[in-house]
Design a protein around this ligand. Structure first.
Ligand SMILES: Nc1nc2c(ncn2[C@@H]2O[C@H](COP(=O)(O)OP(=O)(O)O)[C@@H](O)[C@H]2O)c(=O)[nH]1
Ligand SMILES: [Mg+2]
Length: 695
């Protein structure tokens, strides 16, 4: 690959000591962390293969991950393999933790998309693939767990093709044997370029074997398909196929390389990550076809001048706060090199570490292509680059997904409240797809994120890392109330104690206003019957009362007009008029037909279109009013359903949406309007808020 602007060659060659980065991504439980373990073992980085099930893997080493037996944050490990340096980033698969996966993908040279071998599950890949394809990230599909695959690889391939807009190129066909119980098992594979057959072993490299006769027909069919796909982008190969000339292997490899790099094709490999099957085949493909750092920088239009450039640039893609190191900014160096103590853009570069699972190995310098954790760079956060001219935002870094689920947090110990917001700030910096915000209407601190598990992990971090115990509750709905009728009210506040007394007298007219008007105060006093300086006190008294109306909720959409009054030259004061206003409201409001108002949200649900009708039923089943549906822009095969729904009904919507969409559906909601609510639900809400007020 050549840089169009400078004419310099951007590539590198395998074995030249370059640093390349591979993101391992795919749904939860597809086998990413097990595959990482095998990759580390196969490259000699670890002497013994651990397992995620036993909690002995290099990945998933944090307390939260071990507890769940699942990745809750990215796992990073670097290895040396055949003269090159490789960093693997195992991204959490859960859709709720997807932000970390996107951050890893953003800075990787290549993605390995690990998938379950069942066609019904491919839909689960769509959000990841969308990001990968939109950002032109070269990617290899690794169809995992081939040992336990029941269906046929060609069906899996066809299903994958429905969610991939790149042409898929199957590079291996399985060799299957009948088992004693009449089933089939995969015992090896044929490599379709070299046409060599291999038998899997339970550990170590597969054995080269003679091509089994029974696999030949399938092998030649699959090879033909592979060549035909490659020839769509290469006329030389096309001519050879037409003329029935057997193409040179070197041509096939070159096409695979070029068409992969230019995002025309996506190769599909087979294997079983937890037993090293297909792992060395994957490593070889990575070694030959993964773009080099300058090529990736070019793809992303990062201002990199190649590894030899003197100007250093490092992009932070993730922040970690750790007790013993303080803030760590995980960075990829795109050009030049950074070293501890160096001054870059006016900032002093802190200690450098190379992460390996939970371990941090101190290093003095990090070169172009490397992944490095930089300590104590307080100003450097994810999505920013450290350059010679200071810290600048990186344009194409993934922005955090808007939250889809919220919980109300309370510190169990009141003294922890200040500590709590400090800790939350750090947790959100580590994971920008979390957010917290005090909600004035309900006096709650809301923690928002991508789902219940996501928030639970955050709550565990608060307890485990910051020693703050919190209680979580369903957030309260911010109900309001208004009136349906008007009233005229006279009120007098009069006290005669020791010295001088209190005297305030007013007459007000109350009337309902249209939805969305809020509160309006009108002053119609003439002739100074209420002196000017006391009128603001009247308004204050009214506003005070309206914080909690007869139904226990803040009152909105009401107009109060001060029409008349009396005063006393000695006893009247601001205080007495404020009190008179309260009395007037307390007397009048219950007579004005108060009614509860509930917040209605405008909701948009995005889901694969086979789920559209179930989504619609879900919405109507929760007092929702469907507004319509449309194709989701930029998402083939997806719909967007819009509706109005009461806030009270949407608390766990995301859970239901995910359960009918294999976890990939999502939604967005925003306040739309307040709507009158009567009947039993309204009575129950009024009852509850009275109980709360009494407590
Ligand atoms: N049969 C089979 N099971 C596997 C394979 N790879 C992983 N597993 C199992 O799948 C489960 C999830 O694996 P893990 O690596 O934690 O998945 P992750 O969530 O994608 O990181 C574990 O129980 C693994 O033992 C495989 O190739 N074959
Ligand atoms: Mg994992």
């Amino acid at each position: 690959m050549t840089d169009l602007k400078t004419g310099t060659v951007l590539g590198g060659r395998p074995g030249s000591g370059a640093h390349r980065v591979v993101a391992l991504c795919g749904p939860y439980l597809s086998g990413k962390t097990s595959l990482l373990e095998s990759l580390l073992f196969a490259t000699g980085a670890i002497g013994r293969r651990g397992s995620t099930r036993a909690g002995t893997s290099i990945g998933d080493g944090s307390a939260e991950a071990r507890k769940r037996g699942m990745g809750t944050e990215i796992n990073i490990a670097s290895v040396d393999y055949l003269g090159d340096h490789w960093t693997f980033i195992d991204a959490p698969g859960s859709i709720e933790l997807q932000h970390d996966a996107l951050a890893a993908l953003a800075i990787a040279d290549v993605a390995v998309v690990i998938c379950e071998p069942s066609p019904e599950r491919v839909v689960a890949l769509t959000p990841l693939l969308k990001y990968i394809e939109d950002n032109l990230i070269p990617h290899i599909f690794f169809v995992n767990k081939i040992d336990s695959a029941e269906g046929r690889v060609r069906d899996m391939l066809a299903a994958l093709q429905t969610v991939s807009s790149r042409k898929l190129v199957l590079r291996q066909v399985p060799i299957r044997h009948l088992t004693s119980d009449g089933g089939e098992e995969t015992v090896g594979y044929v490599d379709l370029v070299s046409e060599r057959a291999y038998r899997y072993k339970s550990s170590g490299a597969s054995d080269l074997i003679e091509m089994p006769a029974e696999v030949l027909p399938r092998e030649s069919e699959a090879r033909r398909e592979m060549l035909e796909t490659l020839s769509e982008f290469d006329d030389t190969l096309l001519e050879q196929l037409i003329e029935d000339v057997a193409p040179e292997k070197s041509l096939i490899y070159r096409d695979l390389h070029d068409e992969f790099g230019s995002q025309k094709i996506a190769p599909v490999l087979l294997g079983a990550g937890d037993r090293e099957n297909g792992v060395r085949r994957l490593l070889k493909a990575l070694r030959h076809d993964t773009p080099f750092v300058a090529e990736t920088a070019e793809r992303r239009s990062l201002p990199s001048n190649g590894p030899s450039s003197g100007t250093a640039m490092a992009e932070c893609f993730k922040v970690l706060h750790q007790a013993h190191t303080g803030k760590l900014s995980l960075c990829r160096v795109w050009s030049g090199a950074i070293s501890e103590g160096q001054s870059l853009g006016g900032l002093r570069v802190g200690s450098l570490f190379r992460p390996f699972g939970q371990r941090l190995d101190k290093i003095g310098e990090a070169k172009a292509g490397e992944i490095v954790a930089v300590a104590k760079m307080d100003a450097l956060s994810a999505g920013q680059a450290l350059t010679g001219s200071g810290i600048t935002p990186v344009a194409d870094f993934p922005i955090a997904e808007p939250p889809v689920f919220a919980l109300a947090l309370t510190a169990k110990n009141r003294n922890d409240e200040v500590k709590l917001s400090g800790a939350l700030q750090k947790i959100v910096e580590e994971d920008p797809s979390l957010a917290y915000e005090p909600r004035a209407e309900t006096h709650e601190l809301l923690l928002k994120g991508q789902g219940e598990m996501h928030l639970k992990v955050a709550v565990e971090k608060l307890a485990g890392r910051y020693n703050i115990a919190v209680e979580t509750n369903q957030p309260r709905v911010a109900y309001r109330e208004t009136i349906q009728a008007g009233a005229t009210q006279h009120a007098r506040y009069k006290r005669q104690t020791g010295g001088h007394g209190q005297f305030g007298d007013i007459k007000v007219e109350i009337r309902p206003l249209p939805r969305g008007s809020g509160f309006r105060f009108v002053d119609k006093i003439v002739g100074g019957v209420v002196p000017r300086n006391f009128i603001p006190a009247v308004e204050e008294g009214l506003r005070d009362y309206l914080k909690e109306g007869p139904l226990g909720q803040p009152v909105v959409d009401v107009e109060v007009t001060l029409v008349d009054g009396q005063y006393h030259s000695v006893d009247s004061s601001e205080m007495s008029f404020k009190m008179a206003a309260r009395i007037a409201m307390t007397e009048a409001m219950p007579k004005c037909k108060p009614v509860l108002l509930e917040p209605i949200l405008k909701v948009t649900v995005a889901a694969p279109n086979e789920a559209t009708s179930r989504i619609q039923r879900l919405i109507t089943g929760r007092r929702g009013q469907l507004l319509g549906y449309d194709a989701r822009t930029g998402w083939t095969g997806w719909d967007e359903v819009s509706a109005l729904m009461p806030e009270a009904e949407v608390g766990d919507m995301i859970v239901e949406i995910r359960s009918v969409t294999q976890g990939v559906g999502t939604w967005h909601a925003a306040f739309d309007h307040l709507q009158e609510l009567v009947g039993r639900t309204a009575d129950r809400i009024v009852e509850e808020s009275k109980k709360r007020a009494a407590a």
